[in-house]
Design a protein around this ligand. Structure first.
Ligand code: HEC
Length: 125
């Protein structure tokens, strides 16, 4: 292989590396996907509580509002934490939304999924 060709191959390689690098850069900052379709309490909401909230929100910790699987839905309903007429005013949503005392424990995606679920009627589905 002569020197000219080697330079060409090296150049192409660098362009490829750059392209790969740039695509990785974009992959690092994904936007949370807008929730689409029907949100299910069992499939979408309770797992958020299990992963981010139940460590504190369970019987025996002294923290109000038990969010464990067997009782979470009834507690949210009976404690008036949900407002299906004005979903954004739901105490559950206000608490986890930016500025709320629970916001550090929820991601943007958690917030939008929970809001969407309340907008869809806060069903025990
Ligand atoms: C590190 C412990 C901890 C974690 C994790 C946590 N919370 Fe809380 N939560 C508390 C404490 C303590 C309070 C009571 C003080 C307050 O309201 O800020 C509270 C209060 C609340 C209230 C109001 C309860 C009431 O009776 O007024 C809601 C709603 C709530 N949390 C939702 C959540 C949700 C949803 C998550 C998960 C995304 C979560 N919390 C994660 C400790 C926690």
């Amino acid at each position: 292989m002569n020197k000219k060709n080697r330079t060409k191959i090296w150049g192409l390689g660098m362009i490829l590396l750059l392209a790969l690098n740039t695509s990785c850069y974009y992959n690092k900052t994904p936007l949370p996907p807008e929730p689409t379709g029907d949100i299910s309490y069992a499939v979408d909401i309770q797992p958020i509580f299990n992963d981010n909230c139940v460590a504190c929100h369970q019987a025996g910790t002294g923290v109000p509002l038990d969010l464990e699987e067997s009782v979470s839905y009834n507690n949210l309903i009976n404690g008036s934490f949900l407002n299906v007429d004005e979903p954004e005013l739901s105490v559950l949503y206000v608490k986890i939304n930016t500025g709320g005392s629970m916001s550090p424990y929820a991601t943007d995606n958690n917030r939008s999924v929970i809001l969407k679920w309340i907008e869809q009627g806060a069903l025990n589905n």
